[in-house]
Design a protein around this ligand. Structure first.
Ligand code: ADP
Length: 272
């Protein structure tokens, strides 16, 4: 309350809910990151101490070094995902100028997914690329690639060996372009679905850790979708599998006519 003029007082009020919420989120985030880093650091320093103080044979030494390298990799992945998130938050949203053929996005993503599956699953998953009509989308190629590979690698990591994974881009009847990944994995209970994109939220904590998860993958996917004016969606049935998708608005999707497909390169002026 500020006195002013002759016996007058001015009362100012300010809603600080958002400020307090942001403060709580910042504190939680720092606590979560510290927690995520503490475990690998404890393991690493534990083994360093062992190797410094106790004579160990060649076999044990190799086992310890293997575990140390695993923990170092875990921290590297965490830092890399944190940097991706901060880049996404700190840079302007991608414009609508760069058109990318969906095949250009799908081919490397599917190739990576098959490679990951053959390394971590025996037998590997049955991975099908569902290709429909040719179209291009506008946005950031690296961000879209990161979102797609996060969804595809999750399908591989959470679906039992030999399971089925289907993925592709399609143009919906309402004009939105949608990328989806469908798996025959364990599915996710309904109560977890709204929280999946929270940073460090995990349903299957041990599976996430075992397969090198950081708990940040879906937060990155949602960010990328929103930066493109799009949406992130997940449908899942326990015991049957999940369908994760990102959809981009019609202004970011453009069908490629057969004539355009034949051209080695096309500019915006050649599009309808
Ligand atoms: P993580 O690095 O732990 O995989 P994400 O943010 O990518 O983190 O995913 C959050 C959680 O959602 C995972 O820990 C996992 O429990 C669950 N999840 C993600 N994708 C799938 C899937 N395809 N099937 C079952 N559970 C999944």
């Amino acid at each position: 309350i500020h006195p002013y003029g002759k016996k007058r007082k001015l009362m100012l009020t300010r809603d600080v809910t958002a400020v307090e919420l942001a403060d709580t989120m910042r504190r939680d985030f720092v606590a979560n990151v510290s927690h995520e880093i503490r475990t690998p650091l404890t393991v690493l320093s534990g083994f360093v101490e062992t190797l410094q103080n106790i004579p160990v044979n060649e076999t044990d030494r190799n086992i310890y070094l293997g575990m140390m390298s695993q923990q170092a990799q875990r921290m590297q992945m965490l830092v890399s995902d944190l940097l991706t998130l901060s880049r996404l938050e700190g840079s302007p949203a991608p414009g609508e100028g760069d058109w990318i053929d969906i095949e250009e996005l799908m081919a490397p993503a599917v190739q990576e997914t098959r490679a990951l599956s053959s390394v971590i699953a025996q037998p590997p998953h049955e991975i099908t690329q569902v290709s429909e009509i040719a179209f291009s989308i506008s946005g950031s190629k690296s961000e879209l690639h990161s979102a797609m590979s996060n969804l595809l690698s999750n399908a591989v990591r959470y679906t039992a060996a030999g399971g089925a994974i289907r993925s592709g881009w399609h143009l919906r009847s309402d004009g939105w372009a949608e990328f989806f990944v469908e798996d025959s994995g364990p599915g996710i209970a309904a109560e977890h679905l709204p929280r999946l994109t929270e940073r460090f939220y995990r349903v299957d904590r041990s599976r996430s850790r075992e397969t090198g998860g950081t708990g940040l993958g879906l937060a990155i996917v949602k960010h990328v979708a929103q930066r493109h004016g799009g949406q992130f969606n997940v449908k899942s049935t326990m015991g049957k599998g999940s369908i994760f998708s990102i959809s981009l608005p019609p202004s970011r999707a453009q069908q490629i006519t057969p004539a355009q497909q034949a051209l080695p390169a096309f500019s915006e002026s050649t599009q309808d």
